[in-house]
Design a protein around this ligand. Structure first.
Ligand SMILES: [Mg+2]
Length: 263
């Protein structure tokens, strides 16, 4: 994993950035900084302004863990593809699959709603129904360590078995052989006919993209992590503006100075 803003990273940017390329971004922790209240997450004005500029120059996709209804109002710029629920929702042509995921989630939700009435789980555990996936939050549990252990056992017994991704005081439940961010991104690349793509993300499910390891995909993690499969990293959310500037600058060069943008 090398810094994106290095000779190697800039050479890779030079190779990938072309008009018609696909720029794909995770949202929380990537385009928008993490805040204590996830509901209050907003795009910083300096990031939004660059995304508006970028969207006028090439194709943009958002690939987020949030549901589409949750993310849509937070994006005040044009996106070509909006994929939610870690790839389970919003990929064009995959609606039938998504419907099957939704049915599976309803079953898990019914089972868990019943099971969590057992006093051993205590108060402070709640289910977030994202329609195509389910999140089990335990941040407000009296004893988080104990809640985590008990929930692990409970979730491992679900039928059909769920893919369980542990986050910060939350377990995300997804279909085991369902779409993930990696397969969703590959489908978007196919549909869009993009010559290449960049993907930027910061978290566990972004690794499904990072491990694709394709020559036509440049992967960037927000913050270095020694165990990540991403090709490059930026030091933190504060470098996103620079990353967007590097994309815009290269596209502008390719597209010539005859564009409508006023200097
Ligand atoms: Mg994220």
């Amino acid at each position: 994993m090398a810094p994106l803003f290095s000779d190697a990273g800039r050479r890779r940017l030079d190779d990938i950035v072309r008009p018609g390329m696909l720029c794909v971004f995770d949202f929380d922790g990537t385009l928008a900084p993490i805040v204590t209240q996830p509901d209050e997450v907003r795009l910083p004005p300096n990031v939004l302004q660059r995304l508006i500029e970028l969207s006028g120059r090439t194709q943009i996709a958002i690939l987020t863990g949030r549901s589409v209804v949750d993310i849509a109002p937070r994006l005040e710029f044009k996106v070509d593809y909006l994929v939610g629920n870690h790839g389970l929702e919003g990929v064009p042509g995959w609606q039938a699959r998504s419907d099957a995921y939704a049915a599976m989630c309803r079953n898990w939700k019914d089972t868990l709603t019943m099971a969590l009435t057992d006093p051993q789980y205590g108060p402070g555990i709640f289910l977030e129904d994202k329609h195509y996936s389910l999140s089990v939050h335990y941040r407000q549990a009296r004893d988080q360590v104990e809640a985590e252990a008990r929930l692990k056992t409970l979730l491992a017994g679900l039928q059909p078995p769920a893919r369980i991704v542990a986050g910060k005081c939350v377990f995300s439940l997804m279909p085991q052989d369902g779409a993930d961010k990696g397969s969703a991104l590959e489908e978007l690349m196919r549909i869009s006919g993009a010559s290449g793509a960049i993907y930027v993300g910061d978290d566990v499910t972004d690794e499904d993209v990072f491990r694709l390891n394709r020559d036509d995909l440049l992967s960037v993690r927000v913050e270095h992590a020694s165990d990540s499969n991403a090709e490059f990293f930026v030091h933190g959310h504060q470098e996103i503006e620079q990353l967007l500037d590097e994309l815009i600058e290269r596209l502008r060069k390719h597209q010539g100075n005859a564009s409508s943008r006023s200097e």
